[in-house]
Design a protein around this ligand. Structure first.
Ligand code: F3S
Length: 427
């Protein structure tokens, strides 16, 4: 790999052992990928402070310096971690103290470990956004900006909606990027690698949040890790629709970048999205495909007695919280059914201020932050059947927690929360 002078100096220890270890890791990683060089980044999103049993062992051995060295830099030496060199934010983590009570069964021990890690990383310059949607709470890279982000739903949003550039990074590469301001220049960083590969034609109107999730789930399954260009007839989607579309596409496939001409920044037209290259036969999304996705996402539900409703995957926007508050105002949850909505902590404080949290809590629901059931492997005690409006959670949580899943609209989820019965159907 060809290194610039500042990169050679970092590799050779001019900025200390930890930065040298970070540069060593990036060189090994980049060479493994076939990258010819590194590029500068000033936007890193990783999961340093997320607690885990492996981190706990390392923290006992040598504190958070040791944990960062081993997990984030692949280095066994005793090194001291300096402040982050470039803006770095913490993505989703475990539930915090404020919510620990609400998500029982939950380990107070892990909460303490997390608080300890959070303090360490905050001191080292990591912004504790604690969300899978950093773009909803102030981390909005500009078009063309090179980033180093983890979390598949955030990566696809970063590339496709913001037009910034990131691969789907891991704990080690983000750990190294934050100390060096560098990341291998390959994959989605390279303009030629960002053109569309497959045309997907929606032959039916795509209307609203549920449809965008099902459409995304279909597209991911159809093109896997390629770069779809989407054509169709829809009402203008909003942030929540597009967030749901991308998260679902990154769940059923490995999509990191899609183009919707007229909506996403790099695709003013279909032709531009393909970079002038020949466009192959389209893949069609019609009523049959829509129904097949719906049936797949509802394929594991058998009991209509619902114990748990989960909303806010990816973490809910303020508008989604407001919609829930409107739908549930004046109603009460069924005894024995829980409702959680996940959101970034910064948005919950606005929801508190606007009275949405109080409305949801008065009905018996909970507005939780920092984490989610899939990340924390935490659902209400005794949950056997859950319902969600998120294609991603319907896909993952059922498998992770070995529970049954129903997928439907917000209104159907609220109805199930109030009655304890699932009564969803595809409109
Ligand atoms: Fe976020 Fe958890 Fe969904 S991290 S994208 S709410 S699985």
């Amino acid at each position: 790999m060809k290194l610039a002078d500042d990169e050679k100096a970092m590799r050779d220890g001019a900025e200390g052992d930890a930065v040298a270890a970070a540069m060593d890791l990036l060189i090994r990683y980049g060479e493994g990928l076939g990258a010819e060089r590194l590029c500068d980044t000033r936007n890193v999103a990783g999961t340093m402070a997320q607690p885990s049993p492996a981190k706990e062992i390392l923290v006992r051995q040598g504190g958070w310096n040791k944990s960062y060295a081993v997990i984030n830099l692949d280095c066994d030496d005793d090194i001291t971690i300096p402040k982050m060199r470039v803006p770095t934010c913490q993505l989703q983590m475990g539930f915090g103290q404020a919510d620990a009570e609400a998500v029982k069964p939950y380990s107070p021990h892990l909460v303490e470990l997390q608080e300890d890690g959070e303090a360490f990383y905050a001191e080292h310059g990591v912004t504790i956004l604690a969300t899978c949607t950093p773009y909803q709470v102030g981390n909005l890279p500009l078009r063309g900006e090179h980033c180093a982000w983890m979390e598949s739903s955030a990566v696809v949003y970063c590339n496709s909606v913001l037009g910034a550039r990131t691969n789907c990074e891991g704990a080690a590469s983000t750990g190294a990027a934050s100390l060096t301001g560098k990341i291998p220049y390959w994959g989605n960083h390279v303009p030629e690698n960002r053109y569309g590969t497959h045309l997907v034609d929606a032959t039916i109107p795509v209307k609203g949040f549920q449809d965008w999730g099902m459409f995304g789930y279909f597209v991911g399954g159809a093109v896997q890790e390629a770069r779809p260009v989407i054509r169709g007839d829809w009402q203008q989607p909003d942030l929540a629709d597009i967030k749901h579309f991308g998260a679902a596409a990154a769940t059923s496939g490995g999509i990191e970048l899609f183009h919707i001409p007229g909506i996403t920044p790099e695709a003013p037209t279909i032709e531009a999205a393909f970079g002038g290259k020949p466009i192959g036969e389209p893949i069609f999304f019609g009523e049959r495909e829509r129904r097949a996705v719906y049936e797949e996402l509802n394929g594991i539900g058998s009991s209509t007695d619902v114990d748990f409703i989960l909303l806010g995957c990816p973490h809910a926007s303020l508008d989604q919280i407001a919609r829930l508050a409107r739908a549930i105002e004046g109603r009460s949850l069924n005894a024995g059914t829980e409702l959680w909505i996940m959101t970034p902590r910064a948005l919950r404080s606005v929801a508190d201020r606007n009275g949405y949290t109080e409305i949801i809590q008065r009905a018996g629901g909970k507005v939780l932050t920092d984490s989610c059931p899939a990340m924390s492997k935490a659902v209400p005690d005794g949950t056997r059947v859950f319902a969600t409006d998120s294609a991603k959670q319907a896909h993952y949580l059922a498998a992770i927690m070995n529970i049954e899943a129903w997928f439907g609209t917000l209104e159907e989820c609220v109805d199930a929360a109030v009655t304890g019965k699932w009564n969803g159907h595809l409109a």
